[in-house]
Write a protein that binds this ligand. Structure first.
Ligand code: ADE
Ligand code: ZN
Length: 338
């Protein structure tokens, strides 16, 4: 079953590229860029990855990203993720990047975008993996700063499918970013948003009503509001759930407490993703395994989750159908195995 989960064709829809920076690569890039790190070793970095909430994690995540300076760094980071994801059966990835984390340090938007884009183009050819890029605005910064970032992104519009909203959730409601999302959608971007991770169901309503989010990233707190569940169901809004992240950031005390299965039972289109795998102890297949082990997911439910990952993606209908057929073929080829 573990090999089955690993090799099952799947899409990953909630993945921050900066969250794939493994300590080994962090050290290697820091060395070549002569950036000082406050950690003495890879082990020391890993030992520091104990978080009591989202902010705790974000502090260390933004610090790690400081080693990324030139195009090659963004290429190497992205390529390392793509190879790792490929080994986990990922056939299509929709990847978040946080340009403000870099532009605020003097790294040009173009440097970030080009490095990531080149790796995605290589994955298309060398790994037969398709991908999309989603620009996230940092919600702890101002709406004006988000607006300036959108302006910087416009020359690279063809590389970016959607805008998103991430970083510190509580106290930074989606309504603050309504105007910049309006502008982004007018420019042709789709929209998604992190909501209902630590923040209340009200933030999920705002992401839907004001930002016109087509997917909700996390969204696990939606379960507190039955009317919101009805809305998500009626409008077929998928949730990109990240089980290991939610336990690491103490959204749930243990994996057995996670509501992923309850969300599925309500009929929602739930997907499993890794969020920031270098920090949370597992890539996407490990997230499927951990959820299966703690929640007793059946083989059929695992297959359903993999199908959802393609259904919830921004692939065009033809490619979506082809990827779903890949899943069906894989399942048929492995029928009878347990
Ligand atoms: N940035 C990276 N990971 C995040 C998460 N889980 N929530 C909000 N912002 C993030
Ligand atoms: Zn996230």
């Amino acid at each position: 079953m573990d090999d089955f989960i690993r090799d099952l064709p799947k899409a990953e829809l909630h993945l921050h590229i900066e969250g794939t920076l493994e300590p080994e690569l962090m050290f290697a890039i820091a060395k070549r860029n002569r950036v000082p790190l406050r950690f003495g070793s890879v082990d020391e970095v890993r030992r520091a990855y104990q978080f009591s909430n989202l902010q705790d994690f974000l502090d260390i995540y933004y610090e790690g990203a400081k080693v990324l300076l030139v195009e090659r760094d963004f290429y190497d980071l992205t390529w390392a993720y793509l190879e790792r994801a490929h080994a986990d059966g990922v056939r299509h990835a929709e990847i978040f990047f946080d340009p403000q984390t870099h532009t605020d340090r003097g790294v040009a938007f173009e440097t970030v975008g080009t490095g990531i884009h080149r790796a995605l183009a290589d994955a298309e050819h060398k790994l037969r993996m398709s991908s999309e890029l989603i620009l996230c605005f940092l919600r702890h910064l101002s709406a004006d700063a988000a607006d300036a970032t959108l302006t910087q992104a416009l020359p690279f519009k063809d590389w970016i499918v959607a805008v998103g909203l991430d970083s510190s959730e509580v106290g930074h409601p989606p309504r603050d970013f309504r105007a910049v999302f309006d502008r982004a959608r007018a420019a042709g971007f789709l929209s998604v948003a992190h909501a209902g991770e630590e923040g209340p169901p009200e933030y999920v309503w705002e992401a839907l009503d004001l930002l016109k989010a087509l997917r909700i990233d996390h969204g696990v707190r939606s379960i507190e509001d039955p009317k919101l569940i009805e809305r998500l169901l009626a409008h077929h809004v998928p949730l990109t759930v990240c089980p290991l992240s939610n336990v690491k950031l103490r959204v749930f005390d243990t994996m057995a407490d996670h509501n992923l299965r309850r969300l599925m039972e309500l009929g929602l289109c739930v997907t499993i993703n890794s969020d920031d795998p270098a920090y949370f102890g597992g890539y996407v297949a490990e997230n499927y395994r951990a959820a299966r082990d703690a929640l007793g997911l059946t083989r059929e439910e695992i297959i359903h989750l993999a199908r959802n990952s393609f259904l919830a993606s921004f692939l065009n209908p033809m490619d979506k159908r082809a990827r779903l057929e890949d899943v069906d073929r894989f399942v048929a080829d492995h029928a009878g195995e347990r």
